[in-house]
Design a protein around this ligand. Structure first.
Ligand SMILES: Cc1cc2nc3c(=O)[nH]c(=O)nc-3n(C[C@H](O)[C@H](O)[C@H](O)COP(=O)(O)O)c2cc1C
Length: 374
């Protein structure tokens, strides 16, 4: 196999002379500023949506799951999604060309020990531009296992992105060699650090730390959590982020696998500070027991959560959950969602349109602030 080449399927408008070329643009030459990233969301996003985001000048991250044992069905599915992304990007006839998407792995499961023998070959075959790491077991970090994964990914030419929730874990990720740190605040939908801060304080502190302690590396910082529209994107950029990651907003993209009942629930839910909640109970009720105790997750407060708060025993709650599932009643299923849910109410939009809209809204916001304070 010869050296993979980097795709230039989209015009690098970041290099249009107006916005300048940042380190992020250099790592992802197809990107257009401000750079919008669609988060990997397991069982929700896929190869097609990620490719559409990248075609629009953003960076789409394909979710790959958390199981790495030999024969893992999740890695077989990942290969399928990478092929779909390659086709959507029009690069099916150029297997040696890297595709400008990332692949997002959750490293919480003990089978992470097989990563290099099972996941790496899939990546080397299908050649995404980047690999996104999230939620390692702290013991694996301390033992240098994640550093070894990062070194192997670098040796194969992948950009390494690493989602973290605290300044300390950002420091660890940068020290282990990550090229891009995603500072994920506690407004985020889905899993995250149980103890954390919102991006208003987290992002500038991470940015300052990276500048002070890793100046030679020019580590890129992205913001994630609670951003749902162009105002949020503009705010995150003002905080010092080089680009912005959105998850919840892309749950309503046309290409997402979000089922109809969840789309309706998301559209109807408002006031995310009260309608969503960070807790480990969401995982308890659906028996997703892979998460080390430093993580919890934010989801919509469903009837199962209200029962829990009202003192219903876990056994009874679980029984209600199972009975509802058997009766095809979706109301007790967990819907992971960020606090920005009240801002997400438009009908399904193509992912590329979401990217362009966010970018234009953010630019407009920044311009109007600029002129207001001239
Ligand atoms: C439905 C859903 C599923 C998610 N699944 C994953 C995942 O599989 N891997 C991951 O690294 N992050 C996952 N996340 C978290 C995102 O990476 C990101 O931090 C978050 O969506 C950003 O906050 P926002 O939802 O407020 O935009 C998920 C988030 C949501 C809402």
């Amino acid at each position: 196999m010869g050296s993979p080449t980097t795709s230039t399927t989209t015009t690098p408008a970041a290099a249009d002379g107006k916005t300048g070329v940042s380190k992020l643009n250099a790592l992802f030459p197809h990107t257009v500023n401000p750079v919008i990233v669609s988060a990997p969301m397991f069982w929700t996003t896929n190869g097609v949506i990620s490719a559409e985001v990248s075609k629009a000048g953003g960076i789409g991250i394909i979710p790959a799951g958390f199981l790495f044992q030999p024969g893992s069905y999740q890695l077989t599915d990942l290969a399928t999604e990478l092929k779909a992304a390659r086709e959507t990007l029009g690069l099916a006839d150029e297997p040696q060309t890297r595709i400008p998407v990332g692949v997002g792995f959750i490293l919480a499961h003990p089978s992470t020990e097989h990563f290099l023998e099972t996941a790496l070959p899939v990546l080397q075959t299908h050649l995404p531009q980047a690999v996104w790491l999230f939620a390692p077991n702290p013991q694996d970090v301390a033992a240098g296992k994640i550093r070894r994964i990062i070194e192997a990914l670098h040796a194969s030419g992948f950009v390494v992105m690493y989602q973290v929730g605290t300044v300390a874990t950002a420091r660890g990720a940068a020290a282990d060699g990550a090229d891009v740190i995603i500072a994920q605040g506690i407004d985020a939908g889905g899993h995250q650090n149980a103890a954390g801060a919102g991006i208003v304080s987290l992002v500038p502190e991470v940015v300052d730390m990276l500048k002070a302690e890793f100046a030679d590396k020019e580590t890129v910082a992205l913001a994630a959590g609670g951003v749902a529209d162009g105002r949020g994107v503009a705010a995150a950029l003002q905080l010092g982020a080089d680009g912005v990651v959105l998850g919840s907003r892309f749950c309503l993209a046309k290409e997402a696998w979000t089922p109809e009942f969840r789309r309706k629930l998301i559209q109807e839910t408002v006031d995310g500070g009260t309608s969503t909640i960070k807790s480990t109970f969401h995982d308890d009720i659906q028996a997703t027991a892979i998460w080390p105790s430093v993580y919890d997750g934010r989801a919509i407060r469903g009837p199962y959560f209200e029962d829990h708060v009202a003192g219903v025993s876990f056994e009874e709650n679980l029984k209600r959950y199972e009975v509802a599932k058997e009766n095809k009643d979706n109301s007790r299923l967990v819907t992971w969602m960020g606090t920005g849910v009240g801002l997400i109410n438009a009908d399904a939009q193509p992912a590329a349109e979401i990217v362009r809209e966010l970018r234009e809204e953010a630019k407009e916001r920044i311009r109007s602030l600029h002129s207001a304070f001239q």
